[in-house]
Write a protein that binds this ligand. Structure first.
Ligand code: FAD
Ligand code: PLP
Length: 832
């Protein structure tokens, strides 16, 4: 079909608004998007191949019943979380069906025998969750239709096939908005060169192909280095059709994962992975990849024989007789050069964000330039949307969709060096250190420009890392086990785990969360909840967690019944009466009158007690409480050892401040703790000293920014409740994040710092008014600041709240339908 349009579509020298290079999914999405925003713009698309679709290629094969049917020999599967491609598939009215995966799957690696396995490779993703996998869904009729349908919308007359971009010249090198001249060569007649002058060019081609383009003025070094460093992967894809899905009949799913050696340990069998490729219409086939390092050099005939023989090793001899067979060595495909995607070599990742940035009037799309699902069709769509909206912005179009532009971070320009993606979370990496407030100012400015007044949160991983090292410096003998309940953000957990921290978990879900993140093993988890559910105790046993706290006999009996090998830690109650929240009324037994009996009872039940724990109260203000508790612990160690318990663990709990104040700091507590340890648990005793800090780590890295959504002038007396203020002005401010969200810490933690205007206002600074700050819900309890003094603030202004990471996110609700704010993660490069 496309071939016909090309021949009539002769390319002549001409001017246009936008030249798109590459008629793969990415280039076509960007062209379609630009024309959707302004059909009056002149957009041309050139494509080096004689077809559209790029790395998607659908071919027709003979199949059962003497019929023919279509199969993908290029990009094929999509997954539920690949929202960009899923949305496009829906928009183009394409039908989808599920990848078949029932039955036995085979695996063989290296010299090992082939064996069955359970995992649904490759229908799993990084998180092991099949729902979020990349290979769960197929498109009826093949994926090349995506590009063909897009061409239908754009207009085939705008697509010029067999036209290769050779060179780009800037017509005025000193002008950042310079026109670009593209030198284009026909691949059918190499003597035919066309020149297109464009206001903007979108390069939607793989990085290795970008590297072959000549630029009149040299590419910026970081871009050049990035493009030159990327090379394409190297798989050969094959499809074999069969009369029946005989493997299903034999109880096999058709799924094979293999990198097995032949008799020669340096030579691999051809198969890398295989899946059932039976179509929506029920035509049976197998699809797979082989590694082209070994097999690219053989003839297609020899390769086919080897592939079929290898299939028969797993699925039986019926595999030897396909109705039809096709394979494609993508390494040999001109303008693509490999499969499935560009490989970004180690060390080159840092250049990715800069490679993506526009350079003068040239914009960069293509799946390798995406920020989510890089290398997949979905990444092609996302990068195409981003590049097209960059162009629309520069052309002054009103229909720019800011969501595609990642502008929340663009403000920082060159300050953001690059981004790392962890699961689906984007972390901005800064060259230089930036503090939370400055970052919030920058984000708020861009948001205000976009009329986006949603509240937001910043999480500074550099502060978290600094806190960890501060802890190591000040309390060198005490190993921190972070209290997950305080803030269970996966990046906080992941960062602390990577630094060597253990974890204090309070429930099965917290335990599972830590184990699923795969950051530490069960030996680095303490189940520090003295009253546990029976099922949770059994679960702790199943997953290998032995250390658990207790403070009563019932708990000992429960543990005896439901855990095969516990190591119990007795929690005693020693409270700082001035702490923000005392724990002793709920947990911990009396160290003098009850604790010795519990040690005795454990002995009778033959349960090992390995240590003593306490929690002086969250927000402790009196460091000497630690000394008292450590002394009690010593007495109980002595008593326990006398009884025959192998006492070795002292757990000094939490209570450490999230940030320093005039009254309390980690240093003040550390001075007392270190001396007490020296006195009661000297180094020679080889004790294991641990703690369960929560707030200390989580509070300072996070700041919250809210926006004023309403401002009501009232007599100040309504706020201060003093009649004498009746003639003064006061203000009630309503902001869009409240106590049912992050500010719940006001109730649970008795903590809510006064919000500070994020930006100064020379006209209003200076004069302060009494004010109340209310959250956005309809509940009267939703009040963050009852009475504080602030300058007069207008609707749309931002309020900044620092140190908001402890017991905020983990308890925030969506009451009244308010979503939790977006979190911006960042770190400075030197902390990595
Ligand atoms: C065998 C195979 C299996 C895959 N499996 C999957 C899968 O199951 N799921 C998935 O999501 N993704 C898969 N992928 C990846 C997916 O196909 C790609 O990520 C996606 O199609 C890339 O789209 P794109 O528009 O960014 O690039 P491309 O499709 O590569 O398009 C770029 C276009 O630019 C053209 N071009 C290059 N240089 C020039 C030049 N100098 N002048 C003019 N034109 C030029 C090329 O010919 C090409 O048409 C697979 C890829 C392959 C090859
Ligand atoms: C058992 C236990 N350990 C540790 C902590 C963490 O305390 P903090 O955040 O005060 O350090 C808590 C908080 O509730 C807790 O219950």
């Amino acid at each position: 079909m496309p071939g016909k349009e090309v021949k009539e579509n002769v390319l002549t020298n001409q001017n246009c608004d936008v030249l798109v290079v590459g008629a793969g999914i990415s280039g076509l999405v960007s062209a379609r998007e630009i024309l959707k925003a302004d059909p009056g713009l002149k957009v041309l698309i050139i494509e080096g191949k004689n077809r559209v679709g790029g790395r998607t290629h659908t071919v027709e094969l003979k199949c059962a019943g003497g019929e023919t049917e279509k199969w993908d020999i290029g990009g094929q599967w999509v997954g539920k979380t690949q929202t960009h491609i899923i949305d496009l598939i829906k928009e183009l009215d394409l039908e989808t069906y599920d990848q078949y995966s029932e039955g036995t799957k085979w695996i063989q690696i290296g010299n090992s025998k082939h064996r069955e396995y359970d995992s649904r490779f490759p229908i799993i993703d990084k998180t092991g969750n099949t729902d979020t996998g990349a290979d769960a869904i197929r498109i009826t009729g093949g994926t090349q239709q995506i590009s063909q349908k897009l061409c239908g919308i754009i207009g085939w007359d705008k697509i010029h096939l067999n036209q290769a971009l050779l060179k780009l010249n800037f017509l005025d090198e000193n002008d950042d908005d310079t026109l670009v001249e593209a030198i284009i060569q026909s691949t059918l007649d190499e003597t035919k060169i066309s020149k297109i002058t464009a206001k903007r060019v979108i390069l939607a081609i793989p990085p290795a192909e970008c590297s072959k383009i000549r630029f009149q003025s040299p590419l910026p070094f970081d871009k050049k280095q990035f493009f030159d460093g990327c090379y394409q992967g190297n798989f050969i894809k094959f499809v074999a059709t069969y009369e029946t899905p005989f493997w299903r009949e034999d109880g096999f799913s058709g799924e094979i994962f293999s990198m097995g050696f032949t008799n020669n340990p340096r030579e691999t069998h051809p198969l890398y992975s295989v899946l059932d490729a039976t179509t929506a219409t029920g035509k049976s086939a197998l699809v797979g990849f082989c590694n082209n390092e070994t097999w690219s050099d053989s003839t297609p005939k020899a390769r086919k024989e080897a592939v079929l023989k290898d299939l028969a090793r797993f699925l039986g001899d019926k595999a030897l007789k396909p109705i039809d067979y096709v394979d494609k060595d993508w390494g040999q495909e001109i303008f693509t050069g490999g499969c499935p995607t560009g490989i970004i070599p180690a060390g080159n990742m840092a250049g990715l964000a800069r490679a993506r940035e526009p350079w003068k009037t040239i914009h960069f799309a293509g799946t390798e330039m995406a920020t989510v699902w890089i290398g997949y069709m979905s990444g092609g769509v996302q990068s195409g949307l981003r590049a097209s909206h960059e162009v629309l912005l520069k052309l002054g179009n009103k229909n720019v969709n800011w969501d595609y532009l990642n502008t929340d971070w663009n403000f920082a320009g060159k300050m953001v060096d690059y981004f790392e993606i962890f699961n689906d979370t984007k972390i901005a990496i800064f060259h230089q250190r930036i503090d939370n407030k400055t970052l919030c100012e920058k984000i708020a400015r861009v948001r205000s420009e976009k009329n986006d007044d949603d509240p937001f949160v910043v999480l500074n991983l550099t502060i978290l890392i600094d806190k960890y090292f501060q802890w190591k410096r000040e309390l060198p003998r005490v190993k921190p086990f972070y209290a997950v309940k305080c803030n269970d953000d996966p990046l906080i957990l992941r960062t602390l785990g990577a630094l060597g921290c253990g974890f204090d978990c309070a429930s099965k879900n917290e335990i599972n969360k830590i184990l699923k993140l795969n950051i530490v093993g069960p030996e680095k988890i303490i189940y520090a909840n003295p009253c546990k559910t029976r099922g949770f105790v059994a679960h702790a046993d199943q997953v290998g967690i032995r250390r658990m706290t207790f403070d009563n006999v019932e708990e000992l009996l429960k543990v005896k019944q439901f855990h095969s090998n516990p190591e119990m830690i007795l929690r005693i109650a020693v409270d700082d009466p001035t702490a923000t929240i005392q724990m002793g009324m709920k947990f911990g037994c009396d160290p003098v009158s009850v604790a010795p009996n519990l040690l005795q009872k454990a002995l009778e039940l033959q349960i090992k007690v390995v240590g003593i724990s306490f929690h002086v109260g969250t927000g402790c203000k009196e460091p000497f409480t630690f000394e008292t508790a450590i002394k009690h612990s010593r007495d109980l160690f002595d008593f326990g050892i006398q009884l025959g318990h192998h006492m070795k663990v002292l757990d000094i709990g939490g209570g450490f401040p999230g940030f320093d104040t005039d009254h309390i700091s980690l240093t003040k507590i550390a001075n007392v703790v270190n001396c007490a340890l020296e006195k009661y648990f000297p180094v020679e005793g080889n004790y294991e000293i641990i703690a369960e800090p929560g707030r200390f780590f989580a509070a300072a890295p996070m700041s919250v920014v809210t926006n004023i959504i309403s401002s009501v002038k009232v007599p100040a007396s309504r706020i201060t409740r003093k009649k004498s203020d009746a003639n003064k002005d006061g203000f009630m401010y309503y902001v869009n994040e409240g106590t049912y969200g992050y500010f719940n810490c006001k109730f649970y933690e008795h903590y809510c710092p006064p919000g500070e205007p994020l930006f100064p206002n020379p006209l209003k600074d200076g004069k302060l008014f009494h004010c109340t700050v209310w959250g956005p819900t309809c509940d009267g309890l939703d009040q963050m600041e009852e009475s504080s003094m602030k300058r007069n603030l207008e609707v749309g202004e931002w309020l900044y709240y620092p140190n908001m990471g402890a017991y905020t996110l983990s308890t925030a609700t969506t009451f009244n339908g308010f979503k939790n704010p977006k979190i911006y993660y960042f770190i400075d490069e030197k902390s990595l």
